[in-house]
Design a binder for this molecule. Structure first.
Ligand SMILES: [Zn+2]
Length: 113
């Protein structure tokens, strides 16, 4: 589910500038295609602990980096942080997102280093 419009604007626009200038993608720096407000923790899981979405749970990503974050980075980050001993990680990070069809079976995520 997408962020509400007011949160989306706060995530995508430069804070405190008084302008509507959109921020570039925080991963690759592109401004075209326009970055989207990406959830860090999926909104459904976020709502299990918090009343409502918050700006801190989002950041601007272009559509390509959004897919890479959801499908590739989150499972790798989950694996590394879990191995490091971090607890209470978002469950949505454990498996790749369904956006591009990339699943754990496509990733060398279960291989030991
Ligand atoms: Zn990008």
């Amino acid at each position: 589910m997408a962020f509400k419009k007011n949160l989306q604007k706060r995530i995508l626009c430069e804070a405190g500038t008084g302008t509507q200038k959109r921020l570039p993608c925080v991963m690759c720096g592109t401004s075209f295609p326009l970055p989207e407000a990406a959830h860090i923790v999926d909104s459904k899981e976020w709502s299990e602990k918090k009343d409502d979405d918050e700006v801190v749970n989002g950041f601007p990503l272009c559509p390509n980096c959004h897919k890479v974050f959801d499908d590739v980075l989150r499972p790798y980050l989950y694996r590394a942080l879990e191995a490091f001993g971090t607890t209470n990680l978002p469950k949505c990070w454990k498996k790749s997102n369904k956006v591009s069809g990339v699943t754990e079976s496509h990733l060398p995520i279960n291989q030991n280093a």
